[in-house]
Design a protein around this ligand. Structure first.
Ligand code: NDP
Ligand code: 8X3
Length: 248
């Protein structure tokens, strides 16, 4: 049975991806900081799971978590680099440095730490697949998105860089760049303000976490000779970061 490791499995896209990969027979290493959520997810899927509770910002914790895997869980076939969030939405001159650091530390450095910990095993086994969750924010910059967009542009560059460097090793690298997906994303961005978060998804049908998980499942189940390098996925009502056909 193949093994998939999903970061950010406690919520949204990561949770849905874990469920989708379980449905096609992957054993799951599920990661996040909220242990109760990981227990709940474990109870809902019909495959073996191995929870790892750590903060992706903490390199020592990332390394210790991966090193702690029992022998039968070490051969990770698929790494879903999904953990990430936006923190705040405002002009650069009004920016909160703690928010900037959180986005760079989680979305960029966390993704690198995970990759650094997992990829040597994939290279040694000459097989593996890394799926990086980018964003439309990694393809275009929108007003007030500054540092979040920069962090996702970094993911976009790293996705290309990883694929170039890993060429010939047997490790595939793919990116999924969603537009507006209704998850806890905006609740985190707006620091728990439910009205502001809810307004982001009003007046149109946003993507769901399951829509993204469907795409991830498709990408990782292609034949060995096929690599879907990059994808951009929008709700039908969205044509760009700031172009959304909202009905009143
Ligand atoms: P959620 O807020 O629902 O989920 C975010 C996940 O990331 C949670 O499981 C959370 O787990 C985990 N996470 C956050 N910070 C850390 C950390 N420091 N250490 C470990 N895990 C962490 O958002 P989404 O599901 O929407 O987001 C998933 C990915 O999709 C992100 O990379 C996001 O940027 C990207 N994305 C989202 C879009 C959207 O519109 N929703 C659009 C484009 C991209 P926990 O809190 O338990 O640690
Ligand atoms: C999440 C989508 O448009 O809020 O990456 O940046 S957006």
């Amino acid at each position: 049975m193949k093994i998939a490791l999903v970061t950010g499995a406690t919520s949204g896209i990561g949770w849905a991806t874990a469920e989708h990969l379980a449905a096609v027979g992957y054993k799951l290493i599920i990661c996040g900081r909220r242990e109760e959520r990981l227990k709940e997810l474990s109870s809902k899927v019909e495959v073996e799971t191995y929870p790892l509770i750590f903060d992706v910002r903490d390199k020592a914790a990332v390394d210790a978590a991966i090193a702690s895997l029992p022998e039968e869980w070490k051969a990770i076939d698929v790494l879903i680099n999904n953990a990430g969030n936006a923190h705040g939405l405002g002009k650069i001159q009004d920016g909160n440095v703690d928010d900037w650091e959180a986005m760079i530390d989680i979305n960029v450095k966390g993704l690198l730490y995970m990759t650094k910990a997992v990829v040597p095993g994939m290279i040694a086994r000459a097989t593996g697949h890394i799926v990086n969750i980018g964003s439309v924010a990694g393809k275009e910059v929108y007003p007030n998105g500054n540092v979040y967009c920069a962090s996702k542009h970094a993911v976009d560059a790293l996705n290309s860089g990883m694929r170039l460097d890993l060429n010939g090793t047997g490790v595939k690298v793919s990116q999924v760049c969603p537009g507006l997906v209704e998850t806890e994303f905006s609740l985190v961005r707006f620091k728990g303000d439910e009205d502001r978060a809810g307004a982001v998804y009003q007046g149109f049908d946003p993507l769901t976490a399951n829509d993204i998980a469907d795409l991830i499942q498709f990408i990782v189940t292609r034949p060995a000779h096929v690599n879907i390098a990059d994808t951009l996925i929008f709700p039908a009502a969205q044509a760009g970061s700031t172009v959304v056909d909202r009905k009143a």
